[in-house]
Ligand binder design. Structure first.
Ligand code: 5RP
Length: 247
């Protein structure tokens, strides 16, 4: 049963390529130019977001005033260690700008996110923001979403039924492929909100909007990693420099 096979999860999504880390830094630095004094910021999760947070920490130490909402406990801890002020989304429910990474970006700025397991909070924070800037190295750019397995956050109750319903919903759109429970060590990975994650290898997703609606209709699905209509623009770093992708 595919759900029981599981897969080891590389929490940082690192490829081990030194130049990719440098590209993440470059994208992070370019995004920093959009952060203004006094802004209410959504702060993303993942290695690219962490490059941004470190750069932001330096600016804050130099006197920039921002107030952040973290998209994960991991991000909150890093921000705290760098003295970046963090409040909850309840304290500050409307944000000016969110800056976050992505696992895949298509030409229409549709995203797959959730490789770092923070998709639920990332989506809530992005949706609460006036603008979202995606920061990424050029390896994240794709023509069509789907080479990266789609993370789907589910409630633990009835997970087998939810899994079967997801399969059925996907099949209705002509999509199939392995759907595996994300593991962390010996056990399942548990999100900051106490849920589980399924990683669905559907392959090429020709209609992300239809898949998004179909997944949202499945009871037990808390959220999925398709971010549609949320990104304002993307800052993409490659060996050639930084380009801005706009919708
Ligand atoms: C976390 C995410 C990350 O933004 C995404 O996985 C990209 O991570 P990285 O910058 O490490 O490649 O969605 O849930």
């Amino acid at each position: 049963f595919a759900l029981e096979q599981g897969q080891e999860f590389d929490a940082d999504g690192e490829t081990g390529m030194a130049n990719v880390a440098a590209l993440k830094d470059r994208a992070a630095q370019a995004a920093l130019a959009h952060v203004e004094d006094g802004m209410r910021l959504g702060i993303g999760t993942g290695s690219t977001a962490e490059a941004f947070i470190r750069a932001l920490g330096e600016k804050v130490a130099g006197g920039l005033r921002v107030t952040g909402v973290a998209t994960s406990e991991r991000t909150a801890a890093l921000c705290a260690s760098l003295s970046i002020p963090i409040v909850t989304l309840e304290d500050m429910p409307a944000l000016d700008l969110t800056i976050d990474g992505a696992d895949e970006i298509d030409p229409a700025l549709r995203l797959i996110k959730g490789g770092g397991g923070a998709l639920l909070r990332e989506k809530i924070v992005a949706a609460a923001s006036e603008r979202m800037i995606v920061i990424a190295d050029a390896t994240k750019q794709v023509e069509t979403l789907g080479a990266f397995p789609l993370p789907i956050e589910i409630n633990g109750f009835g997970m087998m039924s939810t899994y079967l319903a997801i399969r059925k919903a996907a099949a209705g759109l002509g999509l199939s492929g392995d759907i595996v429970l994300r593991k962390a060590g010996e056990g399942p990975a548990i999100t900051d909100s106490g849920h589980l994650i399924l990683d669905a290898s559907f392959g090429r997703i020709p209609d992300s909007e239809a898949l998004s609606a179909a997944l949202h209709a499945v009871p037990g699905v808390v959220e999925h990693g398709l971010f549609l209509g949320l990104a304002t623009f993307a800052v993409i770093a490659s060996d050639e420099g930084v380009t801005v992708l706009q919708r």
